[in-house]
Structure formats: C-alpha cells, structure tokens
Design a protein around this ligand. Sequence first.
Ligand code: ZN
Length: 247
Amino acid sequence: MTLSTESFPVDVLAVSAHPDDLELTCGGTLARLAAGGRKFGIVDLTRGEMGTRGSAEQREEEARRAAEILGASFRRTLDFGDGGLRTGRAEELGLIEQIRRARPRLLFAPFPEDRHPDHARAGRLSADAAYYAGLRKIETASPAHRPQQVLFFSALYEQRPDFVVDVSATHETKMRAIRAFASQFHDPSSTAPQTMLSQETFLAFVEGRARNTGASIGVAFGEGFRSMRPPRIDDLVGAFEGFEPGF
Ligand SMILES: [Zn+2]
C-alpha cells in the first residue's frame, strides 16, 4: 500500500512534534498495531526544519520511508514551526480538522512534560484538540469526532508508565524505521555537527529503554504509555503472565 499524505479514517492517530519522535518512542507499538491489522496514521506538527543535521527535505523523505517501514496508512506534515511550535487557535483548529478526518479511537501524543518545549506544547495541543474535536459547534470542514482516549508517550524525560505494550516482535522494525532517518543518527562518514541523537550511544539508549521497560513486564522489549484513565483488563491472571515472581 502506498503511503498517503492526506488524513483518512484510522484506528490510531499518532501526533508528533518532529519527524522521528514517534519512531523513537512508540514505533514498536505502532508497528505491532499495523501487524495486527489496525490502521494508524501520523501527523507531524512540524517539518523538523530546525534540526542541526539534514535539511527539511531530507527529513521529509526519511520520514516517508520510516512510516512505510512501520506500516502507517498516511503521514501528514503540518507546519506549526520547529523550535517554537505555535499553539494558537489557528493551529488548534488545524489539528482538530486532522483528528476529525482521521476519526481515530486512540490518539498518541507526547507527554506534556518534557525537556524539549516543542514536545510539551505538542502534547498539550493534542490533548486539547482531541477534546475540542468532539464539540459540534466548533466548525471545521469535517464533522465532530472525539477519540476514545489520548495516550501519552515519553520523549526524553521518562515517565512512569500506566501500562506497557510488549513490542518484542516489532522491536527490529522500530529500529529499522529509526535508522531510516540517516541524517539524524550515527553515521561515521558524516561531517555534519554531532548532536545528542547522532552519537553512537544514542541508539543504544533507545534500545536500553525498550529493554528496561520490557523487563518491567517480563518481556524482551516494551514501550510505556501514560493514560488519564486506566485501560480495562479482561484477563487479570494473564496480565502478569511471565513476570518474575515477587514484587
Ligand atoms: Zn522531537
């Protein structure tokens, strides 16, 4: 299936401040959803034009490739301004319209407390837009729709998760999607300035976090989420299957 650049109905809409945020934080979950037959779309709120390495055009091509690897249905890029992400009414209405077009049951967004202000703003804007998208009297081109729940992923600052998704089967796909951003991550032949992301240790950190989160639920790799409401557990005994006995 070819990746669309326009939003259409999906099960999950994942919102990021910058292209590559989702791959680094919840790429395993997105790939697992797609592998299980769920449809997801991506909305990047900025083009990542302030990144130290690579141009916006380069990142756009890398982002398209990464989305294909994860199995996304569409990847839509908005232009709210990297390094000073705008969150005014115009931007809010723009995101509301994207949510209404995508009609997702779940919205993924960055946790609104993070080192990078763009992530924090994107998280707040997404949660607000998800609610407002359900108000009929806020008129945009598409009819009202409110997602069932907003699930927050941790960007740099790690939050204690409310639940963890086992992504052992899709961890490799996630790492491939991350490596699609060749301009951003470690490349010994690159002469571009080093950043935190481009150091060799960074991908080890991403993998280490996934291993650590996975270990908390007794699996090889995991990704944690914060949720305002707890998810329902249908099989309580099964939910702790495979855990190291003890507390
Ligand atoms: Zn980012």
